[in-house]
Design a protein around this ligand. Structure first.
Ligand code: NAI
Ligand code: MG
Length: 348
């Protein structure tokens, strides 16, 4: 088989870590007897500067007949971040109904974690298309003392049910523990609704031990005792914040992968590292490629190659535990390509 992949390297280190992920994909696929046919798209802030849009008007149509999308990162100094987000990432997630954003976190042996003895192996399941990231609201009285901004949060029964079901089902394949992030003491309409729907769906998974924690207390517990968490399900905003926090707890944001999944598979899913375009280190060839490579492993899993996926994650773990190779964010001096070559060698 040959899988058709749409590749959007994007901006900054996105253009450095995406080819790294592709070389790992090619190496592991060759050994397992399948391959990839890549179509590359230059959609980015660079394109926005010259063409006035992150992607062409028919961009989503051009993506839809691919088996999956591999994305680097978008964002560039001088282009407002809401342009890059709403001009590319959010339309892809919403139009292709990628309502699950899966963000696994592990503390690899050989990676210095900010927390001593941290034994972290958890997954943040982020609701990816509704919640706090809505376009409903507005601003009035700009510049006057009575200026105000209002932004609505949208939770639907369908939306909360399906993300809860996905998270509970995932917990049954892991350690049967689930934590739901909430704040229903302060936010009195939407989050009590979230809590009710999650509790309802929990009844379908009697073998999962679950509870709900307020997001503020949950953040503290994730830092103080990350080892006790297995699956954490949260709204779009809570899931976003939690996954950067958990990634940092495990060592570096450069390690963290993510999958934007369309579980029904009626549209392509998208795989991207959690980190952004990192303009502070872009162009030097020193970005940590682990987040992008691990995201590629999630892509392999999604396309029906779980063994190849496991081999890639095992190769990351092995290089970190058996060699001193590290990119600068992990305290080393290796370049992106030196680290990638070590992974490629192990999976080829
Ligand atoms: P960032 O993730 O790009 O960088 C945060 C810090 O982590 C920086 O110091 C950076 O050097 C470091 N870092 C990130 N990834 C790394 C890697 N692979 N290896 C080594 N160090 C790494 O987040 P920041 O600075 O808030 O945003 C920069 C731009 O990226 C902004 O325009 C933002 O909107 C965009 N962004 C895009 C995302 C996406 O495309 N999904 C996600 C997050 C941010
Ligand atoms: Mg984020």
């Amino acid at each position: 088989t040959t899988h058709r992949l749409a590749v959007i390297p994007g901006d900054g280190i996105g253009t450095e870590v995406t080819p790294a992920a592709q070389s790992v994909l090619d190496a592991v696929a060759a050994r397992h007897g399948f391959g990839f046919d890549y179509r590359e798209f230059d959609w980015s802030c660079e394109r926005y500067r010259t063409e006035g849009a992150m992607m062409p008007a028919d961009g989503l149509d051009r993506l839809r007949d691919h088996d999956a999308i591999l994305l680097g990162a978008v964002g560039s100094p001088g282009v407002p971040d809401h342009v890059s987000l709403w001009g590319l990432l959010i339309p892809i997630r919403r139009t292709f109904r990628q309502y699950v954003n899966l963000r696994p976190v592990r503390c690899f042996d050989g990676v210095e974690s900010p927390l001593r003895n941290a034994d972290v192996d958890l997954v943040v399941v982020r609701e990816n298309i509704e919640g706090e990231y809505s376009q409903i609201g507005g601003r009035i009285n700009s510049g006057f003392p009575d200026e105000m901004a209002v932004q609505e949060t949208v939770f639907t029964r369908v939306g909360v049910s399906r993300i809860a079901d996905y998270a509970f089902r995932l917990a049954t394949t892991r350690r049967h523990r689930l934590t739901s992030a909430t704040k229903s003491n302060g936010i009195v309409h939407t989050l009590p609704f979230w809590d009710e729907v999650v509790a309802e769906r929990a009844q379908g998974f009697p073998d999962v031990d679950w509870d709900a924690e307020h997001i503020d207390a949950l953040c503290a517990k994730v830092v103080l005792d990350p080892g006790r968490f297995d699956v954490i399900v949260g709204s779009n905003l809570f899931g976003d914040i939690l996954s950067d926090l958990t990634a940092a707890v495990a060592g570096s944001i450069g390690i963290a992968p993510s999958a934007n999944l369309n579980p029904e598979r009626d549209f392509p899913s998208m795989f991207e590292p959690v980190h952004g375009s990192a303009p502070d280190i872009a162009g030097r060839g020193v970005a940590n490629p682990i987040g992008a490579i691990w995201s590629a492993a999630m892509l392999l899993d999604h396309l029906g190659h779980p063994e190849a996926a496991t081999e890639v994650v095992d190769a990351i773990a092995a290089v970190l535990s058996e060699t001193p190779l590290r990119t600068p964010d992990l305290g080393g001096t290796a370049t992106t390509s030196e680290f990638t070559a070590a992974i490629v060698k192990r999976v080829a």
